[in-house]
Ligand binder design. Structure first.
Ligand code: NAD
Length: 418
């Protein structure tokens, strides 16, 4: 799925920042500071396996910038995780929290592992081992992780429990995306997809295009992608004609029913071979002639090699980093409307922030209140980006960077760091 074997997400994140810094004429010291993480913790994790052996795993927590508030960002379990991927994701979290004007900074964590090859017991011991090492730099006022690729509310619960033992008291606000019974927030489960769809709704208004009945293709069928299927229909009346996961995709021009596809994946482990649909590759899915394309899996799937073949009008980036800078330019010239990742998928961190707030005052909101507040935050950020992009005649990602970087740079200056 990756185009360039040498693709480095952190190089891409730095290039995006450099472009914004040039337009903003950012002070060189501030620019240099924002090009690097402030802090990194690399950890080695011994884990007892079910067969009695001990395996050693490697993990990271990267606190990119906390000028505007405590670090915030998910933890990924992935076999191909690299420190540069985690650095890039931590940088994007910094821009994301600033763009949504949340009083938070950016961070990210990861463990190099294949979670599908671990038993539940091994997964629990690995998650607890991570907190034993990284817990010292976490906390409601320091840095607050959350779920990301292949991490779940159950994993957040084990981590919150391990942290509680470390501290000697329950400190649920140290991590978000927890189950409801352990201080989770109503509305967190589908927040990423819901937030992206609020943006798409507003983009439809901005471009004066009708969305009900519009066709959509979704790459990735995990938390972000599967909820995009469900809510795309419920909220905007989209007709989802193609979806995929790591094993491949399916296409049915008459539309795919969410309940049935979800049940098929739950039963077989994949969306492929869904009865009545045609199997397609992940690459072919991206190039389908649909109105809305939703990358919701991994980085760098839209690149110089395929950008010219992407036909969708709207690219709704629920994944982080799905589009390379070269592809961005190609899509912009063609007139595609990209809702960039750190705006589009910010629903997750926004409701995570609401979860932190609820944990801090130990009072919990109704789901309808969460949806309403999420809508307000996403809609506001969307129009700020759209208006700046229109005014400056730049693509949406650059406009989003201009807003976010200038906010972080202001905090850095006010604090006297540069
Ligand atoms: P997840 O683990 O729930 O699901 C990932 C999905 O991607 C799975 O369906 C998997 O099969 C699929 N996938 C993996 N490799 C693939 C490949 N090579 N081709 C196609 N599909 C592949 O993860 P998630 O939480 O849904 O995250 C997906 C993306 O959304 C990531 O980029 C993540 O950083 C981003 N994101 C998630 C959240 C959140 O709240 N979950 C918030 C912001 C951004």
């Amino acid at each position: 799925m990756t185009y360039q074997t040498t693709f480095n997400p952190f190089d891409m994140a730095q290039q995006q920042l450099d472009e914004a810094a040039e337009v903003l004429q950012l002070d060189p010291a501030v620019h240099q500071l924002l090009r690097q993480p402030l802090r990194e913790l690399h950890v080695t994790l011994p884990v007892k396996m079910d067969d009695g052996s001990t395996r050693i795993f490697q993990g990271f927590r990267i606190q990119y910038n906390d000028a505007r508030g405590p670090g915030k960002g998910g933890i990924r379990y992935h076999v191909a995780e690299t420190v540069d991927t985690v650095r890039a994701l931590a940088a994007w979290m910094t821009w994301k929290t600033a763009l949504l004007d949340l009083p938070l900074g950016g961070a990210k964590g990861g463990i190099i592992c294949d979670p599908k090859a671990l038993s539940p017991g091994e997964l629990e011991r690995l998650s607890r081992a991570y907190i034993r090492q990284v817990g010292r730099i976490l906390g409601l006022e320091k840095d607050v992780p959350a779920p990301d690729v292949y991490t779940t509310p159950q994993i957040m619960a084990w981590m919150a429990d391990e942290f509680a033992f470390q501290q000697g008291y329950n400190a649920f606000g140290m991590i978000t995306g927890k189950p409801l019974a352990l201080g989770g927030s109503a509305g967190r489960g589908d927040a990423t997809a819901r937030g992206g769809l609020f943006c798409l709704r507003e983009a439809g208004k901005a471009l004066n295009l009708e969305l009900p009945g519009a066709t959509a293709a979704i790459q990735g069928y995990g938390n972000a992608g599967s909820f995009a299927h469900k809510l795309g229909k419920e909220m905007l009346g989209l007709k989802v004609v193609a979806v995929s996961d790591s094993r491949g995709g399916i296409y049915q021009p008459d539309g795919l029913d969410y309940e049935q596809v979800y049940a098929h994946k739950a039963g077989t482990g994949s969306v492929v071979n869904f009865p009545g649909a045609q199997n397609i590759t992940n690459e072919a899915l991206l190039e389908l002639d649909v109105t809305v394309l939703i990358p919701a899996a991994l980085e760098n799937v839209i690149h110089e090699g395929n950008a010219a073949d992407i036909k969708a009008t709207f690219i709704i980036e629920l994944a982080n980093g799905p589009t390379s800078p070269a592809a961005d330019r190609i899509l912009h010239e063609r007139g595609a409307y990209v809702i960039p990742d750190f705006l589009c998928n910010a629903g997750g961190v926004t409701v995570s922030y609401f979860e932190m707030v609820q944990n801090a005052y130990n009072y919990y909101w109704e789901e309808s209140v969460v949806h309403e507040r999420l809508d307000a935050k996403m809609t506001r950020a969307f129009w700020q980006v759209h208006q700046l992009a229109t005014e400056k005649k730049v693509h949406n990602r650059l406009a989003a960077y201009l807003l976010a970087v200038s906010r972080v740079a202001e905090a850095v200056r006010l604090r006297g760091w540069a």
